[in-house]
Design a protein around this ligand. Structure first.
Ligand code: CU
Length: 298
């Protein structure tokens, strides 16, 4: 057995190639995840630290020039959304920008598998850009169709996280057009009394198309004031920040101590028809919660 292993290794070395050490950095080019064409390109270098952990180093460039200046958006310069390719796991993390223009973070994923990493940032003067990478973390277990369906939680307007239950007014979106969704949050059956802002927003909603991997990140507004008429006026006045959405201005950031109403309004434009998974992230008390939903855009 040992002799066969030694022979195989010798053969490899004889090919003039040496087996890349397991933690050799791997490079990935980013795919632009928003409609339209990007002004910049993005690259990511991943150095494996363990089966479920890697050091990520990400930078964006215009031509050969590495971008060094990024605007703050919702209190951070980059929002990194990490989703397993079976859409069962969701992470929202924040790589830190270094003076050399590189964002760095040590990412730990919950289980083996391939993960889509969405890097959402605003290079100064270039507007919002989102790039997608696909990073392998070991070999995923084979998921049965039943397990996949359960993971997707298709057709449910309510979703639970800890003591909270979130109910959406609808699971229907309109492709290419704004749709207002109301999210009602209860805690132990009563309207949630202890919701607070997360990263300056009442909540964060990330939609990803299961087919095209199109990415939409919106910030719900606290309260139900945004009727369809006011949605139109929002357009005119730029009330609500909806990155990835045409025609909306910056949202006023909320202090951490503020209260968020148990009813929130999401204004969503699905870029195309298809099935989207939504992760609605909010702060209840001092803890973060995320509730998944599946919506259909027609
Ligand atoms: Cu973020």
């Amino acid at each position: 057995m040992m002799r066969r292993f030694a022979a195989a290794l010798a053969g490899l070395l004889a090919l003039g190639g040496s087996a890349a050490p397991a933690n050799a950095p791997a490079r990935y080019a980013g795919a632009f995840a928003l409609p339209g064409a990007p002004h910049e390109s993005a690259e990511l270098q991943a150095t494996r630290l363990g089966p479920l952990q890697a050091r990520l180093d990400l930078w964006e460039s215009v031509g050969a020039r590495t971008i060094a200046s990024y605007d703050l958006d919702m209190t951070e310069r980059m929002h990194m959304i990490v989703v397993s390719d079976d859409f069962s796991r969701f992470l929202h993390v924040h790589p830190q920008l270094a003076p050399d223009g590189h964002f760095r973070i040590v990412l730990r994923v919950p289980k083996p598998g391939r993960y889509y990493v969405f890097a959402d940032a605003e290079p100064h003067g270039l507007g919002q850009a989102v790039f997608r990478f696909a990073l392998p973390f070991g070999r995923p277990p084979i998921a049965t169709p039943i397990a996949q369906a359960r993971m997707l939680a298709i057709g449910r307007r309510t979703s639970r996280a800890g003591p909270y239950t979130v109910t959406l007014s609808s699971l229907e979106l309109t492709a290419g057009k704004p749709k207002l969704l109301l999210a009602h949050v209860t805690k132990n059956g009563k309207p949630a009394p202890d919701l607070h802002p997360y990263l300056g927003g009442a909540a964060h909603a990330v939609f990803i198309s299961l087919k095209t991997l199109a990415y939409v990140h919106v910030h719900p507004m606290s309260g139900t004031g945004a009727s369809p008429a006011s949605a139109k006026s929002c357009d005119a006045n730029g009330m609500a920040g909806m990155s990835g959405m045409p025609g909306m201005g910056e949202m006023r950031e909320l202090p951490d101590s503020a209260s968020v109403a148990p009813d929130m309004t999401l204004r969503v434009v699905a870029p195309a028809a298809g099935i989207y998974k939504l992760w609605l992230q909010f702060r209840g008390g001092s803890r973060l919660y995320v509730t998944p939903f599946i919506l259909t855009a027609r």
